[in-house]
Design a protein around this ligand. Structure first.
Ligand SMILES: NC(=O)c1ccc[n+]([C@@H]2O[C@H](COP(=O)([O-])OP(=O)(O)OC[C@H]3O[C@@H](n4cnc5c(N)ncnc54)[C@H](O)[C@@H]3O)[C@@H](O)[C@H]2O)c1
Length: 263
């Protein structure tokens, strides 16, 4: 995969998990990278890991002013932003009747409104670059409904729609927008948090839950952080120049049908 020289990237949720790995991979490919995270300390730590050509910025993606300030800071440091990765996200697990308005607002606010605010703030720079790329991190929960995850599923379905609408609107200026939709990856911050929630609510061990999750796709394992970063880097590469408005399932085939009794 060839990443164009001198990319100038901003990654929301870059302080941890998929966002952090993408920050490292892009930076190693020569990009300048602004790591944006609600946890300003982690954003700065990741920027320090990267060294030169890196910025660590604290911003809550639900706050328009904070997002705009982060984009302006990246533009000032790098002379523009031609690459946006939307990885900031939060999870919520709970039965429908026990899901509060606050649960909904937080989950949809970070995962969907946060994506809108980041894309809107970066759009002028992405358009002006003539080679803008946006990648959003969706989820298998944005492809199918799952129980006890109503706000999360709704936010991730919304993210697919947002990505398609943005792809259509920015295409005339040569900007592409695509979504990567992984199944569960137990090693990120969210992956660990989800596993803890599931062990607490089900009484099953982490190993039992991970084995059951792996059995949920034909390739029989959970997603790795590299699986996801590889897909993101592909969409940012020269080879993906003609792809826009697509969602790539990084799911070991979990979206495929299964026939009971037939392997
Ligand atoms: N890990 C999984 O199993 C999995 C599966 C499918 C999709 N995803 C998605 O991948 C994305 C990245 O998650 P991850 O698994 O790397 O988890 P993670 O917790 O390691 O990373 C998420 C980052 O988002 C940041 N964040 C949270 N709220 C924020 C806010 N309001 N403003 C700015 N930053 C905020 C967190 O501080 C954290 O650094 C999320 O959108 C998540 O929904 C994760």
């Amino acid at each position: 995969m060839r990443i164009a020289a001198g990319r100038t990237a901003l990654i929301t949720g870059g302080g941890s998990g998929f966002g952090r790995l993408v920050a490292h991979r892009l930076h190693a490919a020569g990009a300048s990278v602004a790591v944006v995270d609600a946890d300003a300390g982690r954003a700065r730590e990741v920027a320090a890991e990267l060294g030169e050509r890196a910025l660590g910025l604290g911003a809550d993606v639900r706050a328009a002013r904070e997002v705009a300030d982060a984009v302006r800071a990246a533009e000032a440091a790098f002379g523009g932003v031609d690459t946006l990765v939307v990885s900031a996200g939060v999870f919520h697990l709970g039965a429908l009747e026990e899901t509060t308005e606050e649960d909904w607002d937080r989950t949809v606010g970070v995962n969907l409104k946060g994506a809108f605010l980041a894309v809107r703030a970066a759009a002028p720079s992405l358009r002006a670059s003539g080679r803008g790329r946006i990648v959003t991190i969706g989820s298998d929960c944005g492809r199918r409904g799952f129980p006890h995850q109503v706000p999360y599923v709704a936010s991730k379905f919304g993210l697919v729609g947002l990505t398609e609408a943005v792809a259509a609107e920015l295409a005339p200026d040569g900007v592409t927008a695509n979504c990567v939709a992984p199944v569960g990856c137990p090693t990120t911050g969210m992956g660990r948090e989800v596993l803890e929630m599931k062990t607490a609510t089900s009484g099953r061990t982490a190993g039992e839950i991970l084995r059951a999750a792996a059995a949920g796709n034909p390739l029989g394992r959970n997603a790795s952080e590299d699986d996801v970063a590889d897909a993101v880097l592909f969409f940012l590469s020269d080879q993906a120049a003609f792809l826009t408005g697509t969602t790539l399932d990084v799911d070991g085939g979990a979206h495929l049908g299964a026939v009971p009794g037939v392997r």
